[in-house]
Design a protein around this ligand. Sequence first.
Ligand code: FAD
Ligand code: NAI
Length: 465
Amino acid sequence: MADYDYDVLVIGAGPGGYVAAIRAAQLGLKTACAEGRETLGGTCLNVGCIPSKAMLHASEYYEAAAGGAMAAMGIKVKPELDLPTMHGQRKDAVKGLTGGIEFLFKKNKIDWLKGYAKFTAADTVEVAGKAVRAKNIIIATGSSVTPLPGVEVDNDKQIIVDSTGALELAKVPGHMVVIGGGVIGLELGSVWRRLGAKVTVVEFLDQILPGMDGDVRKEANRIFKKQGMEFKLKTKVTKAEVKGEKAVLTLEPAAGGDAETLDADVVLVSIGRRPNTDGLALDKAGLTVNKRGQIETDHDFRTSVAGIWAIGDVVPGPMLAHKAEDEGIACAENIAGQTGIVNHDVIPSVVYTWPEIAGVGLTEEAAKERGEVKVGKFPMMANSRAKTNHEPDGFVKVIADAKSDRVLGVWCIASVAGTMIAQAAQAMEFGATSEDIAYTCHAHPTHSEAIKEAAMAVTGKPIHI
Ligand code: FAD
Ligand code: NAI
């Protein structure tokens, strides 16, 4: 190994980085991972996927009890909110899982270099004052919250917060204003609405959840409104001032016009995330970023500098944990001389609200731009399991190529859409037609039968509608 300290040095221990490190070690490469946080797991395990799902899960139970859904099934309870305990179970989930990664590092003999790494040369970084030289360096530094000018986040004060602050509120806000009707806004807005807050979502565009299928966006908006969320679409926030215990927001129509003000007890800024490259001294390695601040790579995750690779939120593509993980595995395999591939056309995305919202592949709008399509839709209202479980909202939509019948996209709104979408992703990965799905036997009674029926609807032959 000449005078290298490691075969592979990964910068960042999020789902991209820690998975890359584990795979590299499994493949026999001497591996280290630099991480500046106190615990491993990155955004996802510490302040993202995992703690948000812990709060979503617990608040779903609370709402089921408080909102009458349990009573409708013959279970009468008067719930009492114990927020410290709810936060406690969130912290336990994070502690358990981040500790699990530490265990996996030890098991795979991966050195955790504690500290933030910066390049001093293309094959050398400095971590905690020590130079470390590696044959291959994987940049997996992730992303952080995009700031909104005029709206300064201070998580400690718990008035204007980002997603990290919104996970930790010590009391349920009277009125929470969410800036940005994307995934974070809707998930964390749902948590606090379920626990009793009035929630207003201010969204710049004319509809929530940009990037998702048009029908899905409309139906999601209808469902969230029915749940009591308020929406100010085509609106931008230009200023937020903290006055005592409240924030006063200045809002304007996105297209320009008269300003209005809105008071909030808590403001959640969730207008997107941006790649973390500050402090890496990329110039010392000869690397640059694109206009969006991302590090560009080729299909193998090689950057423009030999021996430096990049994966996850810091490179282009959806900012999702499973995308980062798959890129981590593929990148390590490529470093080891294998053929690591990620099919970026088939990356599912899930919004963990109630009901869940999930999709994979093309939206109907994007598919139509490419050519003629056939679309099959099936309402969850007609799915026996969803109906029995008192979950009538939502639908499944299958979009197929009109000539070849190959499935181009699948979209679901259903209580378990996040689980259902896996079969759609697998079918698409295997190049399935809608007929392949329609003629696959699905267990009864399951929500997944709605995928089969939507596939049957592509050719106009569902059974239950
Ligand atoms: P990250 O997880 O951001 O990890 C990067 C790590 O690198 C960090 O720990 C950071 O400390 C470290 N680092 C940065 N710079 C350096 C340096 N110079 N030296 C050493 N270490 C460094 N995605 C989903 O798929 N499902 C979800 O349900 C989901 N929920 C989310 C909820 C919230 C509230 C948020 C904020 C995000 C959520 N995401 C979700 C997105 C997901 O967290 C990210 O896509 C994922 O974490 C990206 O992984 P990564 O490895 O690229 O980066
Ligand atoms: P997002 O990109 O999902 O949504 C941001 C929203 O803010 C968009 O609708 C955008 O139009 C709007 N917006 C932008 N500027 C605005 C302004 N000035 N005023 C009002 N609205 C404005 O970003 P979000 O929700 O912050 O999430 C960041 C990332 O984290 C996403 O890319 C997402 O993939 C990831 N994430 C994934 C989750 C999941 O997979 N379940 C959960 C949470 C986050």
